[in-house]
Design a binder for this molecule. Structure first.
Ligand code: C2O
Ligand code: CU
Length: 614
């Protein structure tokens, strides 16, 4: 570990931490069924026993400022307890898979270079995991939080301490469960890495983190089986409401009789002071829905796109697809008053027909909040919405997404080229499935890919349904050429990397290398592939690990729209997965059931065995 990191020596801070790490301490011991789970501490700092893991809570409707910057990176200890609670995000009461009792989960904050040591205690009564969306996990692939790929799920009543450095990353991220559709039921929250050298730091006074999501009154344990019946002819489940940081509204006359429901949920209020400037960090954490974010009478200055500073440009409305993040600066320079904040689920991007689960949803697609100036009355705004200044169901226009300085490292010889086709099909039971290069992804929950590779399992022998692509050029440029052979748009996300977008094409617009954006590409980690269109991206193969590449529409993930990238397996295989991560695969009845194929968990009977919500 130590040796390897020094050898590649790309990340100064990381190797610094690890070289001191030889005196690393063992922070804790957990006991499972009488066996001990050994927990390694990979940190240079001994945790102060008087200051244990921080059981954080976050009020997303209070303005924040960045953490104090420190001379040297520090380790930040957070404790996330996963537990089911009854909540009424949009007025309708249901069970929510909460983090520290809240939804969205509390904000995780660090400064560039800091180490995050996050103790996740699973009290869900279901297996769980947490993925840190957008974090590269250099040297810590096993903390990427993907059951079947980088770990086995955390059994109920067990804690796993995730321990990774932010290295050179900064910007707006989020975390969420990667175990089935669990994040859709609530396990999601913001993750911010502040940057001392942020060129925009002086341009705003406060910030707000806005976690957008769609919301369903049924749990995913109920919803998933409904679309897994043979011959299902509908689309993805239609939500019941959009939520702005966990708050929405619902017309309860449409709720089933006997449900606890309140139609008069107050709109969430964001207070601003006149003539101050606010950075809004906007995260789309939805299961499915493309959102449009805007604030009446206040234009948005775009400054960050998924950890990349962009050239400042002004927009009225921000289209943001699932998994994506943006920072915008809002100038509170309008007359003192109340203005609508709009987190609108874009109906135009949500296919429906009367075979679709919840097709007749009473949803109001217009998620609303209030931007309230100090000194304004506590009244509802009557402000007017801006007209659209974007192309619906597509990513923000390139002219608003260009890096502050052109990123040129993707312009060079391509050492690995991969052709990918995305399609839908039917299995032998006429159940819908999603196919990436003709394979519907099935993870082996009880034996994660990283475990296999590190015990010298040859990558080429991985099961076909794990849909693996192998990259062996250390420091090379990989190019993925994706053809979306179906009518749906898909927001694709890659773990472990940002990628450069060479080409995005609509139906019939075939990629042509002469049109590739080699010199000044958009760089991000989640991109929308247009229905029947094309995408060409490049990334640098410099991060040994198993990285998921998948559509972020959770319903499509559950149909198998996932690929796994096996990056530099020859380096990865010399790594040692920490014992506590390995132990997750051994200590639990669920994981011992080797005959259980996860795809079949769609079947309601099997879901019923692993989940307690039915
Ligand atoms: Cu946001 Cu595979 O994740
Ligand atoms: Cu998709």
């Amino acid at each position: 570990m130590n040796f390897y990191l020094k050898r590649i020596s790309v990340l100064f801070i990381l190797s610094l931490l690890f070289s001191i790490g030889s005196s690393a301490i063992e922070t804790n011991i957990y006991t499972v069924n009488g066996n001990s789970l050994h927990l390694k501490g990979y940190t240079n700092e001994i945790q102060n026993p008087n200051k244990p893991y921080d059981d954080i809570k976050t009020d997303y409707f209070k303005p924040i400022t960045h953490l104090n910057f420190t001379d040297k990176p520090v380790t930040r200890y957070y404790h996330l307890t996963l537990k089911k609670v009854q909540m009424s995000p949009d007025g309708f009461e249901r069970t929510v898979w909460s983090v520290n009792g809240q939804h969205p989960g509390p904000l995780i904050q660090a400064n560039k270079g800091d180490r995050l040591v996050i103790n996740v205690t699973n009290n869900f009564d279901d297996p769980a995991s947490v993925h840190w969306h957008g974090m590269f996990q250099h040297g810590t692939n096993w903390y990427d939080g993907v059951p079947g790929q980088t770990q086995c799920p955390i059994p109920n009543d067990i804690s796993l301490v995730y321990n990774f450095s932010t290295t050179d990353q900064y910007g707006t991220y989020w975390y969420h469960s990667h175990f089935f559709a669990q994040y859709v039921d609530g396990l999601r929250g913001g993750l911010i890495v502040y940057d001392q050298d942020d060129p925009y730091l002086k341009q705003y006074d406060y910030e707000y983190v806005v976690v957008l999501s769609d919301w369903h009154h049924n749990t995913t344990g109920v919803l998933l089986p409904l679309s897994n019946v043979p011959g299902y002819a509908g689309f993805r489940p239609i939500p019941d409401s959009p939520l702005i940081s966990g708050v929405g509204r619902y017309n309860c006359t449409a709720a089933p009789p006997g449900s606890k429901c309140n139609s008069n949920q107050p709109l969430p209020v964001y207070k601003v002071e006149k003539n101050k400037k606010y950075r809004f960090r906007i995260i789309n954490s939805a299961a499915d829905g493309a959102f449009v974010f805007s604030i009446d009478q206040h234009k948005l200055k775009v400054i960050e796109l998924e950890g990349i500073y962009v050239k400042p440009t002004i927009i009225k409305k921000l289209p943001i697809n699932v998994g994506q993040r943006y920072s915008v600066i809002v100038d509170a320079n309008q007359p003192i008053g109340n203005y609508f904040i709009r987190g609108t689920l874009d109906k135009r991007c949500t296919p429906n027909n009367n075979a679709t689960t919840n097709f007749n949803s009473a949803i109001d697609w217009n998620g609303l909040g209030i931007l309230r100036y100090e000194g304004a009355e506590n009244t509802k705004p009557n402000s007017k919405e801006f007209n659209d200044d974007f192309k619906p169901c597509r990513d923000l226009n390139k002219k608003h997404s260009l890096p502050l300085k052109p990123i040129t490292k993707y312009d060079g010889h391509v050492s690995d080229f991969v052709n990918i086709t995305i399609a839908f099909g039917r299995d032998s039971n006429q159940r819908l499935e999603a196919l990436v290069n003709n394979v519907s992804f099935v993870p082996q929950m009880n034996d994660a890919t990283v475990n296999k590779i590190t015990r010298d399992f040859a990558p080429k022998d991985l099961p076909k349904e794990e849909n693996s692509v192998i990259f062996n050029h250390n420091g090379g440029i990989a190019e993925l050429y994706v053809w979306n052979n179906n009518t749906a748009d898909h927001p694709f996300h890659m773990h472990g990397h940002s990628f450069a977008i060479m080409f995005v094409g609509e139906k019939g617009q075939l990629p042509n290398e002469s049109k590739y954006d080699k010199r000044n590409p958009i760089v991000r980690d989640t991109v929308t592939i247009p229905g029947n269109g094309f995408l060409v991206i490049r990334f640098i193969t410099d991060n040994p690990g198993i990285w998921a590449f998948h559509c972020h529409i959770e319903w499509h993930v559950e149909l198998g729209m996932v690929m796994q990238l096996i990056e530099l397996p020859n380096i990865l295989k010399n790594e040692t997965v920490p014992d506590d991560v390995i132990s997750l695969c051994l200590e639990n009845e669920f994981q011992k059931r080797k005959t259980l194929t996860p795809r079949r968990m769609f079947n309601s009977i099997i879901i019923n065995e692993i989940r307690s919500d039915m």
